[in-house]
Design a protein around this ligand. Sequence first.
Ligand code: MLT
Ligand code: MN
Ligand code: ZN
Length: 310
Amino acid sequence: MKIIVLGSAAGGGFPQWNCNCHNCRGVRGGTVAATPRTQSSIAVSANGTDWVLINASPDILAQIRATPALQPARAMRDTGISAVILMDAQIDHVTGLLMLREGRSLPLYCTPAVWNELNTSLPLAPVLSHYCGLRWQSLETIGDGPAMQPVHVPGIDGVRFRPLALSSKAPPYSSHRARPEVGDNVGLLIENVATGKSVFYAPGLGALEPQVYAALRQADCVLVDGTFWSGDEMIRHGFSVKSAADMGHLPQSGEGGMIAVLDSLAPRAPRKILIHINNTNPILDKASEPRAILARHGIEVAFDGMEIVV
Ligand code: MLT
Ligand code: MN
Ligand code: ZN
């Protein structure tokens, strides 16, 4: 089973179009040791030809151009993308669906909460019904959650997807932003059916709930929320009044932060990778002290084009 990181940045990408923070200015000018990154998405395949897109980033067209495997060219019109699974209804994870409108109707796996957003507050589904249309497949909780039904995507026989509901935030545009619902956000355990090995993917992880710990403990590779180094990163930059927690993201540093969480998995040693990295995060700079701290803890930083084989 192979995973390709199509986009490793958080919303806004890196550099962000209007940003002159240390990282964004530095990567534009070549004065910071960092590489540009597109917005948040990965692709998964067992046979290298048929792929499931996890999240549809606004940068999807550039990501497909950069990823020959997604363009197998078996017919005059063709794609390697068999289906799309959404982790939430955030703009950086769903608006790429609009860019796939020239194709055939894709199966779209998401929770009822996310599907509802895509039919009301951010009505991509009714808009796309005038183009390719979307074939919704519900990601269902078992009882009140957080456990969810495993998913088999037709044509992707070598991979099993086990979503789990996460406590986090509905998108800022949601009519229930202040009242989170089960299914606003999910994480995904992606299993290689042949070997039983798995990757846990959770680009938005606000709290370490029991089901999250269980998934982190089970997985052979964890690909988790790398949005912010510190809880007040956006506030200190003067970019926002919201903390990482307000935005549903667990920062890396500090007590109970992601580094401490990943350390607590010892003596088990899954491969540990941070993804969905905001442009303000100092870990983007390979020469930074935070990046050196990650290296000492055996934690990698995802980049666009990174391949993970399990
Ligand atoms: C988030 O995950 O909080 C987003 O990256 C914000 C956004 O897309 O605007
Ligand atoms: Mn995001
Ligand atoms: Zn920036």
